[in-house]
Design a protein around this ligand. Structure first.
Ligand code: LLP
Length: 378
């Protein structure tokens, strides 16, 4: 499956992207969303690699962004400005003003002071700002607490109690065009039930605000992927996911439904490839020490996430148990404990699977290590 001979020539660590799998994922996402007329904006935060962005843009999807840097990356990759939405709790005046100049499709506003800045910037430019209000629907997505975002009191979104006031504020402003409501309940959600609850919450809100026009409803992202068994589920179950919204959400006539999927689009097509620098014998354990660690893939250290680990070059029939660790000076720099791998030696190539989302984008230069490079299937 991996082009091992090619990998042997490459300096490690690097991210490998299976472009065929990305294309297949995009095809299925389209196949199951377009018959319902749904619009998907890819969440650029999951991976802003220009090669991937170009393919996602060319497949006709929009972009969901959280900084002017992401907006510029999306525009360079070919996403039309009108198909870019801009979320985030801390949009600066500079970001708002640049995004307005570019004519992006929608600002997903997260607070009253932000709405005031949007209005002021729009007035200065003599342009009307398209705005959706990000509502906190108070749903527990049963995912890691660092990536649960829809609960009542957190830094994201607007509490339902404050919605009356902010809807009126937007409607009264001549510089704001209220486009609709935006939601996002969390990430890596594998049980689809919370999405059903989200639909019910939205139905209730739409009834409550029956006299307010919401041309779009945006339900955010969050669809999870199979980290333990990537080969069994290389493409997420988009059909069940989109069906949930089709079957449970009561859209008004002409109302558009938007999604902001990130992980589900790019996670499975990416792998982190590292080399074993040393196999170290501890008192009762063996450590496989890699040349890439938490500075290139932070998810295990930050969220106790586990990526499937494979030794792709060992020819040994024997297996052994290893703690697979990185070279960074932190104990949390561990990719897996007691991993069963074929007998592993210095120089072997180790792959961390399902690393296409929140891998390369979250890499940093800690310990003055270089950022990882990327290799693509052809
Ligand atoms: N929309 C909004 C408003 C978001 O905050 C996010 C992700 C998404 C869409 C895309 O969610 P996705 O479809 O990828 O689940 N670094 C963490 C995940 C952070 C997610 C942040 N927000 C991780 O590696 O698990």
């Amino acid at each position: 499956m991996f082009p091992i001979d090619h990998f042997k020539q490459e300096p490690t660590p690097f991210y490998y992207y299976d472009i065929h799998l990305l294309d297949e994922t995009l095809r299925e996402m389209s196949e199951y969303s377009s018959p319902y007329g749904f619009h998907v904006h890819y969440a650029v935060k999951a991976n802003a690699n220009p090669e991937l962005l170009k393919r996602i843009a060319a497949a006709g999807f929009g972009a969901d962004t959280v900084s002017i840097g992401e907006i510029n990356a999306a525009i360079s990759a070919g996403f039309p400005a009108a198909k870019i939405v801009f979320a985030g709790v801390g949009k600066t005046d500079y970001e708002i003003s640049e995004a307005l100049k570019l004519g992006i499709g929608c600002f997903n506003a997260e607070s009253e002071p932000e709405i005031e800045r949007l209005e002021e910037n729009a007035r200065q430019q003599g342009k009307i700002a398209p705005v959706a209000l990000r509502v906190n629907p108070e749903i527990d997505a049963h995912t890691h607490h660092y990536i649960t975002t829809g609960l009542a009191e957190n830094k994201f979104g607007i509490a339902m109690e404050m919605l009356d006031h902010l809807i009126s504020k937007c409607m009264e402003s001549e510089w704001i065009n209220l486009r609709g409501l935006h939601f996002h309940i969390g990430s890596q959600i594998t049980d689809l039930e919370p999405f059903k609850i989200l639909c019910q919450r939205i139905n209730t809100l739409q009834e409550k605000y029956a006299d307010v026009a919401f041309p779009t409803i945006n339900v955010g992202g969050g669809l999870g992927i199979d980290y333990e068994n990537p080969d069994a589920h290389p493409v997420p179950d988009f059909k069940s996911y989109f069906d949930i919204f089709h079957n449970n959400l009561k859209l008004r006539p002409q109302q558009q439904l938007h999604f902001e999927l990130g992980r589900a689009v790019v996670a499975q097509c990416g792998s982190l490839v590292c080399r074993v620098v040393y196999v170290k014998e501890g008192v009762g354990k063996k450590f496989a020490i890699l040349d890439g660690g938490m500075s290139v893939l932070i998810r295990p250290a930050l969220y106790q996430a586990h990526h499937k680990i494979e030794n792709i070059t060992s020819k040994s029939e024997m297996t052994e148990t290893y703690d697979v660790v990185g070279p960074i000076c932190e104990s949390s720099d561990t990719f897996g404990t007691e991993e069963t791998l074929p007998k592993t030696s210095r120089g072997d190539l180790i792959v961390l699977r399902s690393a296409g989302a929140y891998g390369e984008t979250m890499a940093c230069g800690y310990n003055c290590r270089p950022l990882p490079s990327s290799v693509y299937s052809r």
